[in-house]
Write a protein that binds this ligand. Structure first.
Ligand code: NAD
Ligand code: UFG
Length: 346
């Protein structure tokens, strides 16, 4: 029988790609999203790509009554929890908004899950929880040391979910929590259909959306934050992962919820990255090659809070999740450029 997955934040950038992969893998998908950072037309686009329908609730996950109604109306097998705010700079200016949305939102969601005895969850965490570690590539057992309120919300939710999983050994429950925490590195790219992708609100904070808008002429020039890092060319190095590979990692995580080593409950943590890093200058070069456009840039002082290098160790996800990335940097750039020029972005 088809399993039903509730996807919070499913009209967002990563969530929409995950919904496509879930539908393509034979799952029923229910989305709950308050549309605070996405548009409703994404639903029709997901349906067009997959030739499948999704059920949509326009609700905030902090609205307990609304969530109860959803859980009452459907037999849900698992939740993938993407809904959250994600701008690091904004989280420093308005920390309460981030703790309210990301931490309190997860508490309401998991309370309702427990009430309806749905204890399978995959959570969107981030490489940001590693802070600035010099042990590159980052393995999942490194200490957690988030350096901004956004990162703190991810670290807190991870801890809360780990405590839920641990609580099962102390009490007799009918069922146990089965939890997968996924730490994303730097998601980029878009679906090859050109129908879904990342639509930044205002001027982008992240490198690739910014580069893309410089290439298209919407922005004049890229500021490269720092040319004096201890890296090959002095600019920051990141592990960029194609959003479709990332989305497929969620399907593997959902499969794992009913298989070893989680069949008796527990919490597992996996990095989702490629294991390869690229510098800012390498990204500019790759984007110019993919788009055929010049990307003018100037090197400016470092951005506060940035680190030199952030690369995933991928062996655990490969061994246990049976997942690894398939797409290379060139495809990430080509797909971003196609999306930049799509009707949805104009
Ligand atoms: P996004 O903003 O595109 O998607 C998040 C979605 O959640 C949006 O559609 C938004 O409307 C919705 N939402 C937010 N708060 C909500 C609430 N209270 N109730 C209901 N819906 C709500 O972001 P994304 O890039 O797709 O990120 C998805 C998740 O992955 C987030 O939790 C983010 O923190 C995490 N993450 C993202 C990145 C990245 O670089 N994009 C990296 C690491 C982790
Ligand atoms: N950069 C520039 N100019 C820009 C934007 C970025 O030079 O205009 C540089 C940064 O200094 C960094 C690299 O490009 O060296 C990547 O920066 P991003 O802002 O694209 O990504 P970050 O690695 O800083 O952070 C992103 C998300 C975080 C998430 C983290 C790990 O914004 O939320 O990846 O997943 F936690």
């Amino acid at each position: 029988m088809k399993k039903t997955i509730l996807v919070t934040g499913g009209t967002g950038y990563i969530g929409s790609h995950a919904c496509v992969e879930l539908l393509n893998s034979g799952y029923h998908v229910i989305i709950v999203d308050n549309l605070s950072n996405s548009q409703k037309d994404v639903l029709a686009r997901i349906e067009k790509i997959t030739q499948n329908s999704v059920v949509f609730y326009e609700n905030d996950i902090r609205d307990k009554w609304a969530l109860q109604t959803i859980f009452k109306s459907h037999s849900i097998d698992a939740v993938i929890h993407f809904a959250g705010l994600k701008a690091v700079g904004e989280s420093c200016e308005q920390p309460l908004k981030y703790y309210q949305n990301n931490v309190y939102g997860t508490l309401v969601l998991t309370e309702v899950m427990e009430e309806y005895n749905v204890k399978n969850i995959v959570f969107s965490s981030s490489a940001t929880v590693y802070g600035d570690s010099d042990k590159v590539p980052y393995t999942e057992d490194l200490p957690i040391q988030a350096t901004n309120p956004y990162g703190q919300t991810k670290a807190m939710v991870e801890q809360i979910l780990q405590d839920y999983a641990a609580s099962d050994q102390f009490t007799k429950h009918d069922s146990t929590w089965k939890i997968v925490l996924l730490r994303y590195f730097n998601p980029t790219g878009a679906h090859k259909s050109g129908l879904i992708g990342e639509k930044p609100n205002g001027i982008p904070n992240n490198l690739i959306p910014y580069v893309s808008q410089v290439a298209s002429g919407e922005l004049k020039e890229l500021s490269v934050f720092g040319g004096d890092y201890p890296t090959t060319d002095g600019t920051g190095i990141r592990d960029y992962i194609h959003v479709v590979d990332l989305a497929k990692g969620h399907v593997k995580a959902v499969e794992m919820l009913s298989n070893a080593p989680l069949e008796k409950g527990g919490c597992k943590v996996y990095n989702l990255g490629t294991g390869t890093g690229y510098s800012v200058l390498e990204i500019i070069q790759a984007f110019e090659a993919a788009s055929g456009k010049k990307v003018p840039y100037k090197i400016v002082p470092r951005r506060s809070g940035d680190i030199a290098t952030c690369i995933a160790s991928t062996s655990l996800a490969k061994q246990e999740l049976n997942w690894e990335t398939e797409k290379e940097l060139e495809e990430m750039m080509v797909d971003t450029w196609r999306w930049q020029n799509s009707e949805a972005m104009t």
